[in-house]
Design a protein around this ligand. Structure first.
Ligand SMILES: *Cc1c(COP(=O)(O)O)cnc(C)c1O
Length: 419
């Protein structure tokens, strides 16, 4: 059973100050998750989590993560600017972009970020735009084909198709790219890959690590380049459904360590630093979308109309993603009613849930939509003139802080030209 990190009473109290809808984040949960991640990789002295900014680009959240020792993974100019405004600099920033505009590379270079190149052609492009190749540089690997790990009988299988993904260098391009970068002055090399998203298997990171560690050994041997760090990127998932098992980050860290000791240590590469770029795992369960029931509608189906919509949380509409819903105050009532839970966009996919069994819902009920802390608010948009919601932080002492105000119509009009 999934429980919200706030009670019905707390939420009613919060909504007296901050009207729904809003995203609420749990500071305690965020800190605990990062600490568990860092503990799992404490055996690797150089380990660093570069939180993927795109998951939750909020200064208050990023500052908490900085206090917990995280760096940031940025992909665009504005994400870099946000990182800078939040006090991150130099090697605290990983710049993992693709199809990169020149000005983005220029800013990443000015900030001293670690640049993770997505393509062979970006080597020349980077030098043309910034005038130099930095001493430390990283390349993103795409092995092509399909990637499978785990045991389908246990329901843990992870499958993805890197061959269809736009990211990364081929294997041959990596060898040539490392040689070329070295000839242009690079001295410290990193290797990065992101092969599967939202994995619910403790085997994903160890399998990815095995591939990257082996490749790193071969790259060092054949090109003479010094591979200093390996970036396992994002992809460790969270159980969106109540019946799914959560990943065990300690077991994942131990699994990566096994590969490290099997492959890198015997090759004399035991000083390689590891990094991760987890967004979803760190923030996903530590945020929720809070919305109030506006209308009940009975036609060919029963509908619960709420005051949030897909513009506040796009994943169900975009991917058919499951997000668990708790009707606050009715946590132990039987789920005897079948509903579609909808927002007000003029799009029939604006549904947070389809045929969901819930307790009998009444107008005015507060709903908690779970696991929206990552890729939730950040994927928001203004379709139909819907405004972005507020973001609130539940502090460790139980106080609530506004960490982003809700948009107003003036914000919506601010880029329009009326003359
Ligand atoms: C999106 C992204 C991440 C974070 O992915 P999660 O699924 O949130 O862990 C990390 N690295 C890169 C390069 C990404 O694009």
């Amino acid at each position: 059973m999934k429980r919200p990190f706030v009670t019905a009473e707390q939420l009613e109290d919060i909504t007296r100050t901050y009207p729904t809808p809003f995203h609420l984040y749990d500071e305690k949960g965020i800190r605990e998750t990062v600490r568990a991640l860092r503990a799992a990789f404490a055996w690797n002295p150089g380990f660093r989590e570069y939180f993927a900014v795109k998951a939750t680009p909020n200064p208050a959240i990023l500052k908490i993560l900085r206090e917990e020792g995280c760096g940031l993974d940025c992909a665009t100019l504005t994400e870099l600017l946000l990182a800078e405004k939040c006090g991150f600099s130099g090697a605290e920033i990983m710049f993992s972009s693709n199809d990169t505009p020149a000005e983005d590379f220029r800013l990443a270079d000015r900030l001293g970020a670690v640049i993770n190149l997505d393509d062979f052609s970006h080597i020349d492009f980077l030098r043309e735009t910034t005038g130099r190749i930095p001493e430390t540089v990283c390349c993103r690997f795409n092995p092509g084909g399909t990637f499978t790990v785990g045991d389908s009988a246990e329901g843990f299988q992870v499958m993805d198709t890197p061959g269809d993904a736009k990211y990364g260098f081929t294997r041959a391009q990596l060898f040539e790219g490392f040689r070329k970068l070295k000839a242009m002055g690079a001295r410290r090399f990193g290797l990065h890959a992101f092969l599967a998203s939202n994995t619910l298997s403790n085997a994903y990171y160890p399998a990815l690590a095995g591939i990257l560690f082996q490749l790193a050994v071969e790259l060092e041997r054949e090109t003479g380049c010094d591979v200093c760090f390996i970036d396992l990127s994002g992809g460790v998932g969270i159980p969106y459904r109540p019946d799914q098992p959560a990943n065990d980050i300690a077991a994942i860290g131990a699994g990566v360590r096994e590969q490290f000791e099997k492959i890198l240590v015997p090759a004399g590469m035991g000083d390689v630093a590891l990094c991760t770029e987890l967004g979803r795992f760190v923030l996903g369960p530590n945020g929720c979308l809070v919305t109030r029931v506006l209308h009940l509608k009975r036609t060919y189906k029963d509908y619960v109309g709420v005051d949030a919509c897909a513009a506040n949380l796009m994943r169900p509409a975009m991917y058919g993603a499951y997000h668990h819903i708790t009707v606050m105050g009715k946590e132990s009532a039987p789920c005897g009613h079948k509903y579609d839970v909808t927002g007000g966009l003029c799009e029939n996919n604006d549904k947070f849930a389809v045929d969901r069994m819930l307790p009998e819902v009444a107008i005015g009920d507060l709903l908690v939509i779970h696991d929206t802390g990552a890729h939730g608010f950040s994927m928001g948009y203004n379709y139909n003139g819907k405004l972005r919601s507020a973001e609130l932080l539940l502090r460790e002492d139980g106080a609530v802080k506004l960490i982003r105000r809700a948009e107003t119509p003036e914000d919506y009009f601010s880029t329009m030209i009326f003359d």
